[in-house]
Design a protein around this ligand. Structure first.
Ligand code: HEC
Length: 205
């Protein structure tokens, strides 16, 4: 290589090293907590993690299931049970877990999610998004009907009704503490008698 070319290469290397240095300094100063709002650079990296995670062949895939009321209902039940912990019943991502992670689960009613193709949504559900808290749920096939039903439900999120949300609350998984509270409440209403079979004292005759 010519001398002048070497000079250009050296300059580029120095600039890159300086850039990394400045970025590292800012990250260290600010800390790496997931609670703070991320900088533009971090946000860009996380969004590209999402698009890199989607294999090209998924983009044009068509949803084999039709959005009938039954399919929406099944997707809704599945969502309430498996997805709402992080994404909330209405898809806003406004949950205890969702708010504590970065990248945060996005508001799925908005364009960022709704503009993805059905195949891209399917791919995310099947394969997860690497470098984020979004887990993979699929059995790694192209015809996981349950995942396609979830895609239908995601399309339904922007028009979810209050009534549907109330139904979903009943389907949300309960923590052991909530179960205990509910049991105690019931016991109280029953006049102090234990209502769970396992708590009924055995009587010997
Ligand atoms: C442990 C928490 C968690 C659970 C449970 C979870 N997700 Fe996610 N999900 C995330 C996070 C975090 C992201 C954001 C990833 C990113 O920034 O690229 C995400 C992103 C997504 C996206 C992409 C949205 C977008 O605009 O990039 C889809 C689709 C999705 N999740 C569907 C689901 C479905 C369907 C379920 C249930 C079967 C589910 N998720 C369960 C945490 C979760």
């Amino acid at each position: 290589m010519k001398r002048s070319a070497w000079r250009v290469v050296t300059l580029i290397v120095l600039l890159v090293v300086a850039g990394i240095g400045i970025y590292a300094y800012r990250v260290i100063r600010r800390g790496f907590s997931t609670r703070e709002e991320p900088g533009a650079m971090e946000a860009a990296l996380a969004t590209s993690a999402r698009s890199m995670a989607i294999p090209a062949r998924y983009k044009s895939m068509k949803n084999p299931v039709t959005a009938t009321p039954e399919v929406i209902r099944e997707g809704m039940e599945h969502w309430a049970d498996h997805c709402a912990t992080c994404h909330a019943n209405n898809g806003s991502g406004d949950t205890m877990y969702g708010k504590a992670m970065y990248p945060r689960p996005p508001d799925m009613r908005r364009d960022r999610t709704q503009n993805l193709s059905d195949g891209e949504l399917y791919s995310i559900i099947q394969n997860g998004v690497r470098l984020t808290g979004m887990p993979a749920f699929g059995d790694a096939g192209d015809d996981d009907i349950d995942s396609w039903k979830l895609v239908v439900f995601i399309r339904h999120l922007p028009t979810l009704t209050d009534r549907e949300q109330m139904e979903m609350e009943k389907l949300n998984p309960k923590s052991p503490r909530e179960m205990q509270e509910e049991m105690e409440e019931e016991q109280f209403l029953n006049g102090g008698k234990p209502s769970m079979p396992s708590m009924t004292p055995h009587t010997h005759h």
